[in-house]
Design a protein around this ligand. Sequence first.
Ligand SMILES: Cc1cc2nc3c(=O)[nH]c(=O)nc-3n(C[C@H](O)[C@H](O)[C@H](O)COP(=O)(O)O)c2cc1C
Length: 159
Amino acid sequence: MMDKEITDDLIIKILEAGSWAPSGLNNQPWRFIIVKNPKIKKDLADCTKYGKIIKNAPVLIAVFFDQNKGYNRTKDMQAIGACIQNMLISIHAFNLGAVWLGEILNQREQVEKILAVPNSFELQAVLAIGHPTEAEKKNTSSRISLEKITWREKYGNSL
Ligand SMILES: Cc1cc2nc3c(=O)[nH]c(=O)nc-3n(C[C@H](O)[C@H](O)[C@H](O)COP(=O)(O)O)c2cc1C
């Protein structure tokens, strides 16, 4: 069966979910570029060792921090993390999948050039969005147990 097209309507809903993230002073420092064009995707794919993921994804969302809108680096980064996570949850709710690509930041300047963003835009991540295969849906992941990372009242008192 053909995968359902990821329509602009759907992409807008995903971006809306991102833009409803909280931010310090409600400064909303995130900016987005939607990429579907195969030539631009190919150029971006050449910027990361995860290029295959980029090429296989029908839609990319590049997420930027607009330094002109920032007021506190830590809080601005936290807000953008929340924005990205909101989008991941929304993508999952639409039965799609996404990979948060951070390795591509090693070629941040190249990506910024390809996407022709203003100087104040600093790349934060690229989300590669697509239809997860049955195998990918079954992919398992793991986390450190809470006992190892949580204490009661003061550090040292175990959970
Ligand atoms: C800041 C950040 C950068 C990441 N960069 C990459 C990346 O470049 N390539 C990739 O395949 N996954 C990347 N990931 C996904 C993580 O590898 C993944 O979340 C982690 O291994 C846990 O797997 P899970 O989220 O499927 O449980 C990144 C995640 C975050 C939060």
